[in-house]
Design a protein. Structure first.
Length: 704
């Protein structure tokens, strides 16, 4: 094994990474006796997914980590056939020895045995090879079952339970899902005095809830789902309580669910649902569940594309290129009937010549009267890029909103055929004339777009409560062993759309900064909010740059930050609108502005954004279907007089962005091409930005 010095190109300097080889989902997060344990999906044999095992590391502050030996390692038979892999799961400390796994570790002064408190890992056993196991249990190829192992030395060594698997298969009504049954999250539920397990039927978008007295024998209590983001695979669920507004008598329960594919960007994402739990069933709050068949209350339908016998021209739209003379299609027949989630019968689609058709379909002009435009969309991920639009390199497949001749909002597909709701805040353009244009200039894989049910309304049409609006936050897990007021989560800082291909060597994969979760009432709605753990501040240098501007004029302002902190920093921006349209910071920029990562707030679009179109290496995936470049937004409405706060953490290959209250987050990997691309610049577009406060701290490496 090559020993890492933790200084390789793109190696994060204050995010957790494996010493070597592949890492994905965080597993078994547990706090015990002053130590945080993180286990994780790990391939000991290479830098891509495979030979799944559990890596292990510990920390006393969630910042500095000590790598430990592999906890649970894949198993092969005498012929080298892969027999068992250890998929995702959780860990608990069985303080009352309900499992009977404890052993005597010493004697008290009377000579009585003092017993250990066993740490128990609950995980998915994946069996690549069919066989008959002990007790005559028939294991099918690809079967996923729930198993346990225990440790009496705080996780250093592990023993598999000889009665595994503890739950061999899903319930009989889901017997055909034997190879899609995984990711058990287990915790102790004090009111019922039982262990609770939440496991996923991934392809059914259903969570199964079990209970147990001893971690060995489990009873199915209920199921939950599908709800909200319901396409793709549901993975890595967790269920936990939180106080609302720090009030111990106002408790809610939260479910976190990983979605892949079908995240808010192409590929992976994480959603949350707030509700109640009684020890048997989780019931979602009605305000947290969104029916995809319902349009926003009081909305006006602009176009529903039900006139499948009409051309776009007859509907008042204008088509160009291969779409001239075409019109809405019966959704059930498009792409061999693969399209899902449409309302009514008809949809707009550019899948008219397969993926070979190109051109545009433009709506009639309209005056923006309401604050939101919402629509259903599906298709390939080929976003609008302002730097290539109108050139031979323009390969967008998107729907765009045009105001005063400028594209102000754009949305592409998520590389699926499942129509999902997306909403644009257009409050900044109320009273102005606009039009929509569907653009398809691409003939690559999945290079088409479907659009349905375009509506205008005073509120957005939500699809889900996304835990992070960036592309690189998945499989978020939370620590057992902490009090309700101290729930901490870590996510895998990657995306299955390109995870195996990111341009790193000796290791591949990183975790997000640990985040403190809480429930806050914001604008009369209970929201799950998150902030980086406070212990991260121990890495901050003295402030490298601090300045206040009564007004920052339109243009760019260079900020001098010394190396190495120009590649590792915390940036805090506070500001009000003034007369500008956008304000923010440009990071990792070179002298020619051909490389940069842009982060800021769009006052008209009412969103925080991260632009990584020019962030560095982008084409490490098939260039015809590259899901890496993009412009990512988190809608956060404000008033002109509001003080807006954006907090940014920049590491060697990532940015994590939070608003001041923690109600939105965007996590994005970046891979700068040039070592001298370290310029930092503030910018204001469209006019001045008022009451600007900027503070920048360097961040020290945890490896030094």
């Amino acid at each position: 094994m090559v020993q890492s010095c933790f200084s390789e190109e793109y190696r994060p300097q204050f995010h957790f990474t494996p010493e070597n080889n592949w890492m994905n989902d965080p597993n078994g997060l547990v706090y015990h006796d002053g130590v945080y344990h993180i286990f994780y999906q790990h391939n000991p044999n290479g830098t891509t997914w495979g030979y799944m095992s559990w890596g292990h590391a510990i920390s006393t502050d969630l910042v500095h980590w000590k790598h430990l030996p592999i906890a649970l390692e894949y198993e092969v038979d005498s012929n080298g056939n892969l027999m068992e892999m250890f998929y995702s799961g959780s860990a608990v400390v069985d303080v009352n020895n309900t499992s009977g796994f404890a052993v005597s570790i010493s004697k008290d002064w009377k000579g009585n045995d003092i017993f250990s408190q066993p740490m128990v890992a609950i995980y998915t056993s994946c069996y690549p090879t069919a066989r008959t196991a002990s007790k005559g249990l028939v294991i099918r190829q690809g079967q996923q079952s729930q198993s346990i192992a225990f440790s009496n030395d705080n996780g250093l060594t592990w023993t598999k339970y000889d009665g595994n698997p503890i739950i061999p298969s899903p319930p009989p009504e889901y017997a055909d899902q034997y190879n899609q049954f995984r990711d058990p999250f287990v915790f102790w539920h004090t009111p019922s005095m039982k262990w609770i397990m939440v496991a996923s039927l991934a392809m059914k978008q259903i969570l199964l809830i079990y209970s147990s007295n001893n971690l060995k024998d489990w009873t199915l209590e209920s199921q939950f789902g599908p709800h909200n983001a319901r396409f793709g695979e549901w993975e890595c669920p967790s269920l936990f309580p939180l106080y609302v507004d720090d009030n111990p008598v106002a408790e809610k329960w939260v479910i976190l669910i990983g979605i892949n594919p079908g995240g808010v960007i192409a590929g992976s994402g994480t959603q949350s649902i707030i509700g109640s739990f009684d020890g048997k069933s989780f019931v979602a709050d009605r305000s947290d569940v969104y029916d995809p068949a319902e349009v926003p209350f009081g909305s006006t339908v602009f176009q529903d594309f039900e006139s499948t016998s009409s051309t776009f021209e007859e509907l008042g739209w204008t088509a160009t290129g291969d779409f001239v003379g075409s019109g809405p299609q019966k959704a059930s027949t498009v792409n061999a009937g693969k399209v899902m989630g449409y309302l009514g019968n008809g949809i707009m689609t550019t899948y008219l010549l397969g993926n070979g058709g190109t051109g545009t379909i433009m709506s009639p002009k309209f005056t923006i009267r309401l604050d939101y435009i919402s629509f259903l969309i599906a298709g390939g991920y080929y976003p609008y890029n302002p730097d290539t639009a109108g050139t031979p390199e323009d390969n967008q497949v998107s729907i765009n909103l045009v105001v005063a001749g400028k594209i102000v909002h754009s949305q592409t597909g998520t590389n699926t055929e499942n129509l999902v709701w997306r909403s644009w805040n257009v409050a900044g353009w109320v009273g102005q004339e606009a039009y929509l244009v569907v653009t398809d200039f691409n003939t690559g894989p999945s290079a088409h777009i479907h659009v349905d049910e375009i509506v205008f309304s005073d509120c957005p049409k939500d699809e889900a409560n996304w835990n992070d609006f960036g592309p690189d936050y998945y499989a978020a897990a939370t620590f057992n062993g902490l009090p309700t007021s101290e729930r901490i989560a870590i996510g895998w800082m990657n995306n299955w759309a390109y995870a195996n291909n990111i341009p790193t060597s000796t290791w591949r994969g990183a975790m997000s900064i640990p985040r403190i979760l809480s429930l806050k009432t914001i604008n009369n709605k209970i929201r799950l909010v998150q902030q980086p753990v406070s212990s991260l501040s121990t890495l901050y240098t003295s402030t490298l740059y601090s300045r206040n501007f009564s007004a920052l004029e339109c243009g760019e302002t260079k900020v001098s930050i010394p190396a190495p902190y120009n590649a590792r920093m915390k940036v805090v921006l506070k500001f009000t609108q003034g007369g500008g349209t956008k304000f923010g910071v440009i990071l990792c920029s070179n002298a020619t502005n051909t490389q940069e990562t842009v982060i800021g707030y769009d006052f008209l679009g009412q969103n925080i954004f991260v632009d990584r179109f020019k962030s560095g290496k982008c084409s490490f995936v098939d260039s015809e279907r590259n899901a890496f470049p993009g412009y990512f937004i988190a809608t956060m409405p404000t008033k002109p007089t509001d003080v807006i706060e954006i907090n940014i953490l920049l590491d060697w290959s990532s940015v994590e962005v939070f608003d001041g209250q923690g109600q939105v987050a965007l996590t994005s990997q970046i891979f700068p091409l040039e070592h001298n691309a370290t310029q930092v610049k503030l910018f204001s577009e469209g006019g001045p930005t008022r009451s600007v406060s900027v503070s920048i701290d360097g961040i020290n490496s945890v490896w030094n």
